[in-house]
Design a protein around this ligand. Structure first.
Ligand SMILES: Nc1ncnc2c1ncn2[C@@H]1O[C@H](COP(=O)(O)OP(=O)(O)OP(=O)(O)O)[C@@H](O)[C@H]1O
Length: 350
């Protein structure tokens, strides 16, 4: 059966519905500590400490941090897999551990490094089993399956056992499995890890479309800042278990004091441009005997227009562009700036 008429069509654009104001995730003072053996002694590791955060329906939130920062531990508490040591957590209006079965109907979780599919079964059979677990009515199952097969381009490997799939194919099947029951909240833990550029792009496009069509809330952990830049308008940075930043991606660059870069192409070769005396900019490098020059500036202090004007007063500019800060670098700086203890002023809202 076709999905036509039973499910709203996904739109191809990045248009996203406005958040409804309803709360999908709410944590207050959420904390999880582990006791680990250190030789003969035992010590406590604080994986997540005093995390207070609210995510509204329809939001797309990137949850980022260094290895061991506490991302997976947070996700496990949101999904009811781990019991918090202290604090409270409410996911889709439910208490995750106590209401875990009911919660399973409302959330979809994808762990990039772990599979929820049956290794020896063809993709279609894994999805059939999951549909039965979620007790999806046959019409809804068929319509949703048709839709996912088409949008995730799964027809070519629909009957192939999961163990024979390429990583990109398996990830598409994992996403289909997690979204089969149309969950309100989708949690993705490193969904694009190991994927080639094209597979990453396809997956991101699918998630943007899914959100646009159904207003799905996305919470995404990733080390790939391209995922965050393309999928999320809000970023949470966790550092040593504590929230170090909560705000817009652009604000993250501002909080970390990252520089933007003005790249100018000149009509004629020129010596290294020194405009620091006029505006707060520093020369980063030159190419082609000075035909192309790069100038870094702090967006908190000056603007691209002012730097360009200062350069234009010295030489003839034929072309220019402004490069945004490298987000990996931004996060690194933020870690450095907020280490022990985190700077509460970096948290824009909670
Ligand atoms: N079951 C456990 N027992 C003991 N310590 C744990 C356990 N799970 C996590 N930890 C510790 O808690 C801290 C946070 O781990 P977590 O896996 O949540 O980090 P992460 O941000 O997801 O890291 P990564 O990006 O590497 O997956 C780490 O110091 C980790 O060693």
């Amino acid at each position: 059966m076709s999905a036509e008429g039973l499910l709203p069509r996904a739109r191809g654009s990045a248009e996203v519905p406005a958040a409804t104001g309803e709360t999908v995730v709410e944590t207050v003072g959420l904390t999880r500590r582990f006791t680990v053996r250190d030789g003969v002694r035992r010590r406590q590791v604080s994986a997540v400490e005093d995390l207070t955060v609210r995510i509204g329906a329809g939001e797309a939130v990137g949850y980022i941090g260094a290895n061991g920062a506490g991302k997976s531990t947070t996700i496990k508490m949101l999904a009811g897999i781990l019991v918090p040591t202290a604090g409270t957590v409410c996911t889709c209006g439910l208490r995750p551990v106590k209401d875990r079965r009911r919660l399973a109907r409302q959330i979809g979780v994808v762990f990039g490094q772990r599979s929820q599919l049956w290794w020896d079964l063809p993709v279609w059979e894994s999805l059939r089993i999951l549909a039965a677990i979620h007790a999806l009515p046959a019409t809804r199952r068929r319509a949703r399956t048709d839709e996912l097969v088409e949008r995730l381009e799964m027809a070519e490997f629909w009957s192939v056992p999961v163990r024979q799939l390429s990583l990109g194919q398996r990830m598409r099947a994992e996403i289909a499995a997690a979204l089969l029951h149309s969950p309100r909240l989708v949690i993705l833990d490193e969904p694009t890890i190991g994927l080639d550029v094209l597979s990453k792009q396809r997956l991101r496009e699918f998630l943007v479309e899914e959100r646009a069509a159904y207003g799905t809330t996305l919470l995404l952990t990733t080390h790939d800042m391209g995922d965050v830049a393309r999928l999320c308008e809000r970023v949470l940075v966790i550092d040593h278990g504590r929230l170090a930043f909560d705000g817009a991606l652009a604000g993250l660059a501002g909080a970390a004091g990252a520089d933007r870069v003005l790249v100018v192409d000149l009509a004629e070769p020129a010596a290294d441009l020194e405009v620091a005396g006029v505006v707060a900019a520093r020369h980063l490098g030159s190419e082609g005997r000075g035909l192309r020059q790069r100038l870094a500036f702090d967006p908190e202090v000056t603007t691209a227009a002012r730097v360009l004007a200062a350069v234009s007063a010295l030489v003839e500019v034929v072309d220019f562009r402004v490069e945004e800060p490298d987000i990996e670098d931004v996060v690194r700086r933020l870690y450095a700036a907020t280490r022990h203890p985190p700077d509460a002023s970096a948290v824009e809202h909670s």
